[in-house]
Design a protein around this ligand. Structure first.
Ligand code: FAQ
Length: 335
């Protein structure tokens, strides 16, 4: 029930099994030429079935991540330390819900319904980001999620503003602006605790960094040499930068920020490599990644159960909205 491991794309049926007709080949050539020219694809344009399915997979996983991602921080809304922090956190969590909606809407332009996608999530058949299966144990976790998790999300998502599928690219522009505020508010909350806080508060921040650092690096996905989809997605301009290159950019940027903050990143192998002009870092525990993505992380069951409860609790709102829409339509017709 709770596995996220099931692949929604039946393997092997995403490439044409019969040779293309001359007119189909012409459409494919035109599509590929547009991609090669850096052009965008709109919903009504012809596209290969494999391209469409790849986008449905990625955009829906992304949408699910946004709405499941509301849960770990949502846990802290009632416990935020000040009114200002509570208002910021409320706005942030609502933003994540909004991101989910833009993304489900972008996926719907590809011919799937939001209900269908949400059904897949609730049935445990769809993936969402591994990071949201870790617990938020202290207030500092909220700051660290802003700094590291939103920081990693921005690094991954800015290139998606140039994704070849235009509705996804357009959604990402607004999402990235909001994620940038999310990252800043997290860093600011941590800076206050590190600079003006008590030794206990500083220890709380360090402990949260220790727990979130490695899972944040896993957000970028498996190494390039075992990433199933990367080559094709890069060829089609869906992904612009590879998983490993984005991870490296994130590490390089974050080391400097950690220094300003006064925290230690929990990796004894982290050091500047003059020859590479990048930071080297230690080995990621890919077994842990596979376990968490496979449904056996610390909070997978809790997260899915909470999503299903939220959906069930909101049934009356959906029913009321539909009844109102039907009543208004009838009144308009009668007028
Ligand atoms: N967790 O071949 P690749 C956020 C799966 S939003 C779980 O490399 P691809 C905002 C992958 O799906 C965070 N599964 O795949 C926020 C594939 O499975 P499949 C989400 C993962 O698609 C902040 C398989 O492994 N962001 O944080 C993960 O080319 C704070 C093979 O992998 C996005 O979704 C993972 N970490 O590259 C909200 C961005 N990594 O389908 C609240 C858009 C990989 O074959 C609070 N997505 N997998 O069964 C992407 O950029 C890409 O989809 C990647 C994966 C980079 C995630």
């Amino acid at each position: 029930m709770y596995t996220q491991a099931m692949d929604l794309m039946p393997k092997g049926d995403d490439k044409p099994s019969v040779p293309l007709s001359a007119s189909e080949q012409q459409l494919l050539d035109r599509f590929e030429a547009r991609i090669d020219d850096g052009g965008f694809v709109e919903p009504k344009d012809w596209m290969p079935e494999h391209y469409r399915r790849t986008l449905v997979r990625q955009i829906s996983q992304h949408a699910h991540s946004e709405i499941v991602g509301m849960l770990p921080e949502g846990n802290w809304i009632t416990r935020a330390p000040t009114l200002k922090r509570k208002a910021i956190l409320l706005a942030k969590v609502q933003d994540e819900g909004g991101h989910g909606l833009y993304l489900y809407a972008a996926a719907e332009t590809l011919g799937v319904s939001r209900d269908e996608l949400i059904g897949q999530l609730h049935a445990g058949k769809a993936k969402y980001s591994s990071i949201f299966n870790y617990p938020t144990l202290a207030w500092a976790d909220v700051g660290v999620i802003g700094w590291l998790v939103d920081g990693a999300a921005i690094m991954n998502q800015v290139p998606l503003c140039r994704c070849s599928y235009a509705p996804y690219a357009r959604a990402m522009i607004r999402i990235c602006r909001e994620e940038s505020f999310h990252q800043r508010q997290g860093y600011d909350a941590l800076l206050v605790m590190m600079r003006d806080g008590t030794p206990r508060q500083r220890d709380m921040v360090q402990d949260a960094v220790n727990r979130w650092w490695w899972p944040s690096l896993m957000m970028f996905g498996p190494p390039d040499d075992v990433s199933n989809h990367s080559a094709q997605s890069m060829r089609w301009g869906i992904k612009r930068i590879s998983n490993d290159d984005l991870r490296q950019k994130f590490v390089d940027a974050t080391v400097q920020q950690a220094k300003v903050l006064g925290v230690t990143l929990p990796d004894p192998e982290l050091r500047w490599n003059e020859a590479r002009q990048h930071f080297d870092f230690g080995a990621i525990d890919w077994d842990e990644f596979r376990r968490v993505v496979g449904g056996d992380g610390p909070c997978n069951r809790e997260r899915l159960a909470d999503r299903v409860d939220a959906w069930d609790d909101g049934a009356w709102v959906r029913e009321a909205a539909l009844a109102h829409a039907a009543k208004t339509a009838m009144q308009r017709k009668a007028a």
